[in-house]
Each structure stands twice: as C-alpha cells, then as structure tokens.
Unconditional design. Structure first.
Length: 519
C-alpha cells in the first residue's frame, strides 16, 4: 500500500472530531495502546479494509517506543545466543528482523538511515570470532543486506572512530545496521493511520471492557482526559497492545488470567558532544556483566546504552545515579578521553515488555519474541521489538482475520507502506527550506521530510532557543497536526529535545505552553 501527497494542504487533526466519532462508535477493531505495536496493528487493519479506533491513556509513543536505543536491527546478540544455545527460534527472530530492517528504511528515509558499526576487539582470537558472526548476520539479510562485514585494522579504526582507546586493541570488525528517530517514526505512523480514516485519541483511558451475553469482549468504555468526555466504543475485536501494561488489560477482562509479563529497564545517557563521525557507531562487545553497549551519534549528540535490570511498572521510568555511573564507567574503559557526569546532557529510561519464562535467571534471558493471545474477544500482542512492528502486526491480524471471518478482512497491505514525509513533493520541501540556516534546514528535512514546507506554513522560522534547530512553526504543527496535548508531548516526542538536552528542554517549556494555549 503506497500513499502519495499531491497537495500543500493537509487536513488538521481535530481532536473534537475524533472524540465525537468515538462517543458512541461501532468499529471492527479497537486497539488499546499507541506505541509501535498498537499503531502498527492499526495500519495493518486499515490496509485490509477494516474500520479502526485506537486509544492510549498517555501520549502516542510515550512508553518504550520513544525510549529505545534508536537502532533498526536484527539483533547481533540474539544471533550469538542462537548458536550458543542451539536455539532455532532466536535464529528465525534475527532473520525476520533483518528483513523488516530494510522495509523500515524504505518507509521513511528521512527518519531512518544506514549506520556503520565498529566492534573493537582486544584479543586476536576475537577478530575471527566476531567476523564470522557478523558475516553470517549480513548473509541472513539475503538481497536486503546493507553492506558487507569487514575486518578492520587499528589504523582504520582510528580513522573511523578516533575516540577509541587503541593501545589495548588488536583490531576490529565492521558491519551495517539501521538507525532511526523512534518517536518521530511512530508519530508519522499515527498520522498515516489518521489520514487513512482511523479514529485515534491519546490521553484516553480504558475504564471498563464491555462483554456480550456470552462473556466475549465486545468494546470498551473510555474517558478522554483532555476534555473529560465519556466514550463508548463497540468493537468486534479489541486488541491489547499495551506493552509492559499488558497484564493490566488482560486482568480487566479476566481477573483470574495468568500473568504473562516481566519488565526490565533500559537506561541511556546522552552526552553533549559529537564523539563519532557521521554515520558511524561503536558496539562494545561485552561489558563487565556480559551486556553489549552501543555508543551512537544521534541528532547532534552521543547516546550510550543500555542497561538491562528487572524493574517495576511506572509511567515515567528514570535513570538512577547508579545506572548513569555504570554506563560512564563501562564506556570509559574503551575511550581515550574519559566521559564525566558534567558532560551528560540528558538521560532516559524505557521499560521492555518481556514474556516471562520459568527458570530464567535474568531479564536478559527472557524472550524478545512476540506473543499473540486470543482470549474471548480480547486479542493480545506483546513482546517483540521496534524493528519487527510491521511483521508482528501482520501476524496478529492474520490470526484475527481467521478467527473472525465475518469481518471479510483482506490481505495485509503494508509491505510497501510509505509514511508521511516520504511520499510527497520533495522539490517543494527542499525549495522551502533553502536559505534557512544549515542546522535548521537539516533538522526540518530529517524530522518532516517532504512535508517540511507544510510545517513552515504553521508559523515563523524564528529559532526558539539559541544553538538548537527548533523553530516556532513546529509548535503549531505538533499541536494542530500531530495531536500534542501536553508540553512533554511536544518536547519529548514531537521535537525530541527532551531526550537529548535537559537545559534546552527547560528553555523551551514556556514556548510549548504558549502554543498549547493558543491552539
């Protein structure tokens, strides 16, 4: 399914229209959860000709989907685990993810791009070991591979990653994966669903799951927490895509349902410096506790992560001092200039929804594969990862369609999906940003693609904060076209400054508040 933009005018997203649509609605599919999985299911269902409603009690992408490592990848570590444990399931997971990696790069080239990763190696035996694994990793991509794995000399590593400590290295291995702006990719998915006819609301909670006379879930009663309206959404099928909160909705339907989820936290630290050349990152192959660590360039900063610790459910997980110190200590063992707490510009923490497994000694051993359940009209999709959102949604919708033949659902149509910003008038967009300061022009293209000229119609090009590329017009776009309702919706998920620059976030708060008041 390929959509195309043919006009400079786009219909604003009128929240009241969506509220009115859902105050007493009848739809084929109601999706609870507005992260990558939930919006992915919405796009798949729409491609099959079904009517769709989606609600999230927070903002779209507010949870795990905006707090990732920003990689589109098959999972190098999963492949290693597959061979060590003779686990065909993990092998298939990697192969599937690599196929989806290329699809994501094609969906929105302004939001997703190839990235060369260098794996530094301290021992001679490590070079053939890592090269063999990464060579196979690329071969699993088949015709969709991004490049060849290669053995790198110390001199080549110094040129590519001058920040690495070379005296302890024997060489390294390079390979390619993908990188992306996770929240903006997700918000573009939401915008695509809206333009295809879905009724969607953020900041809307499910208060009760409705059931028919046979005890089958047939809809939900919800509350819009922006306007206070009560909504009754009748649905032939309700889909649970609430990530770490999966069991909460399952227990709302059946208090006796066996709990499914375990949650781990992943902390990332952003540093106020560019440590790596554009298009290059570092994969530290093993930390003191057996994890891998990524050092990545991202939107003008450097992000380092991640951790993997058992965590408690919370709406807004935060990095602890111990976790920040751990990341700095681990990464400094590989760098020629040590990082300090003074160079930390921001931190973020996300919760991973993992499927519990008896006998697992740590969260790193729990399944990253996705699980689908069908429990009397409530279908659940959980687990998995960002890269495989499209395939996960397809798997769920295939099962949903088979279990509900009365829907007459068509075949999946998301294979060649192009997201807003990747299917319109590139010349108009590039012409509109020509002449702007280089950092602003680059930011507008990378955030909005070929819709940059439409964004510019929403206000002025006045820079909001010195030394940051954000402009006044983006505020109007975020509120009127992308459904931002709160300051954090704008700063953390529409503009991304909240993930990278705490000082810039504080400086922008008053501007975001003013934009919301005048919307």
């Amino acid at each position: 399914m390929t959509q195309s933009d043919t006009t400079d005018y786009l219909e604003p997203w009128d929240r009241q229209t969506h509220v009115a649509n859902l105050q007493s609605a009848d739809v084929d599919v109601l999706i609870v959860g507005g992260g990558a999985s939930g919006v992915g299911v919405a796009l798949d269902a729409l491609s099959r000709g079904l009517t769709v409603a989606l609600v999230d009690r927070q903002d779209f992408m507010a949870g795990s989907s905006s707090r990732s490592t920003k990689l589109i990848h098959g999972g190098v570590r999963y492949l290693e685990q597959a061979f060590k444990g003779l686990d065909i399931g993990k092998y298939q997971l990697v192969k599937e993810a690599l196929a989806e990696r290329k699809r994501m790069l094609n969906m929105a080239p302004h939001l997703a791009w190839p990235l060369t990763l260098i794996t530094p190696v301290k021992g001679w035996l490590g070079i053939p070991y890592y090269y063999a694994g990464l060579w196979l990793y690329e071969r699993l991509s088949g015709s969709e591979r991004l490049g060849k794995a290669g053995i790198e000399s110390k001199a080549a590593i110094q040129r590519a990653c001058p920040t690495l400590k070379l005296d302890q290295l024997k060489g390294g291995v390079s390979y390619m994966d993908g990188q992306f702006d996770d929240a903006r990719f997700g918000i573009s998915m939401v915008r695509s669903a809206i333009e295809q006819g879905a009724s969607v609301l953020n900041h809307t909670s499910v208060d009760e799951l409705m059931k028919d006379d046979e005890g089958r879930v047939c809809g939900a009663r919800c509350t819009d927490h922006i306007g206070g309206e009560a909504l009754t959404i009748n649905a032939k099928v309700v889909v649970n895509c609430t990530g770490p909160w999966t069991d909460h909705l399952r227990h709302m339907a059946d208090p006796d349902a066996e709990s499914l989820m375990s949650v781990s936290s992943g902390v990332h630290v952003a540093f106020d410096k560019e440590m790596l050349p554009e298009g290059h990152g570092i994969l530290v192959p093993e930390t003191d506790d057996g994890r891998v660590l990524f050092i990545l360039p991202w939107l003008g900063k450097t992000i380092v992560g991640t951790t993997d610790q058992k965590a408690e459910l919370t709406d807004d997980p935060a990095a602890t001092d111990e976790e920040i110190d751990y990341i700095i200590e681990q990464v400094n063992g590989w760098l020629n200039e040590s990082l300090t707490r003074d160079e930390v510009s921001a931190t973020y923490s996300g919760l991973r929804p993992l499927v519990s497994q008896p006998g697992a000694e740590s969260t790193s051993q729990l399944s990253r594969d996705h699980v689908i359940l069908n429990e009397k009209g409530l279908m659940t999709l959980t687990g998995g990862k960002w890269t495989t959102w499209r395939r996960m949604a397809e798997d769920l919708m295939d099962q949903l369609a088979a279990a509900n033949p009365e829907l007459n659902a068509g075949a999946c149509g998301t294979y060649d999906l192009r997201l807003p910003g990747a299917n319109g008038d590139k010349q108009a967009a590039k012409g509109a940003i020509e002449g702007l300061p280089d950092d602003i022009a680059a930011h507008l293209w990378e955030a909005y693609g070929d819709r940059a000229h439409v964004v510019l119609q929403q206000g002025t090009t006045d820079r909001l904060v010195a030394n940051l590329p954000y402009i006044q017009a983006e505020l109007g776009w975020a509120v009127n076209y992308e459904g931002a309702c709160h300051v954090d919706d704008i700063l953390y998920r529409r503009m991304r400054v909240g993930m990278l620059d705490s000082a810039g976030t504080n400086a922008l708060r008053s501007e975001a508040e003013a934009a919301l008041k005048t919307a």
